[in-house]
Design a protein around this ligand. Structure first.
Ligand SMILES: [Zn+2]
Length: 169
C-alpha cells in the first residue's frame, strides 16, 4: 500500500556539506579584479553575512584566508565553468586557505547578468564555507546555479556545519 499522506508537499531538501570547515564561522578575505567584479563579490559577501551564520571580513595582503579573483581563462580546467573554488585543508579537516575565481569570459559567452554573477559568487562562497552541491532547485548550491540566491536551507546547513566538529560526520 502506498502511503499517500507521507509527503503532500514537496519539502526543500537540506543543503549538504563536506568534512572540512574553518576553525570559526568567520574568515578574512582579499578581493581583486575590476570595480564591477569587486561589487559582485561584495554583494555576495553581504548576502552571506546577512544570514548571521557566517561572516566574511576584510583582511590584508599579508593576512587573509580567502582570495577572491577573476580570470578570462576559458579552456582546460575552466572549460564552460562560471566559477571555481580551490580549498586547502589540513589533515584535521580544518580549512587553511581558499581561492575563488569567477570566469568572466565564460559568463559573458552565456550572457550572465550582474545578478547571475552575484549568484555564482554566492555559490562559490558557499563552497568556501564548506557547503557541497544540492539537488534542491531553490538552493544557491545547485550545480550550475545562476538564478538562486541563498535559501533558508543553505543558511541552516551552515549553522549545522559550524555546530559540529570538522571531519567525518
Ligand atoms: Zn559548485
Amino acid at each position: 500500500m502506498l502511503a499517500l499522506s507521507a509527503s503532500p508537499v514537496a519539502q526543500a531538501s537540506a543543503t549538504p556539506f563536506g568534512y572540512d570547515r574553518w576553525p570559526h564561522p568567520r574568515v578574512t578575505y582579499v578581493v581583486s579584479g575590476s570595480a564591477y567584479y569587486r561589487r559582485v563579490f561584495q554583494t555576495a559577501i553581504r548576502a552571506w553575512n546577512a544570514t548571521g551564520q557566517f561572516k566574511f571580513v576584510p583582511g590584508s595582503a599579508a593576512h587573509h584566508q580567502v582570495t577572491l579573483s577573476t580570470s578570462n581563462a576559458t579552456n582546460g580546467q575552466y572549460y564552460h565553468l562560471a566559477g571555481i573554488t580551490y580549498s586547502t585543508a589540513g589533515s584535521n579537516d580544518i580549512f587553511t586557505k581558499a581561492r575563488v575565481i569567477l570566469l568572466n569570459r565564460n559568463m559573458n559567452a552565456y550572457r550572465y547578468t550582474y545578478w547571475n554573477r552575484v549568484h555564482v559568487a554566492e555559490h562559490e562562497l558557499g563552497h568556501v564555507i564548506g557547503l557541497a552541491h544540492s539537488r534542491d532547485h531553490a538552493s544557491v548550491m545547485l550545480a550550475n546555479n545562476r538564478y538562486n540566491g541563498i535559501s533558508h536551507a543553505d543558511a541552516a546547513a551552515v549553522r549545522q556545519r559550524y555546530r559540529i566538529r570538522a571531519g567525518r560526520l
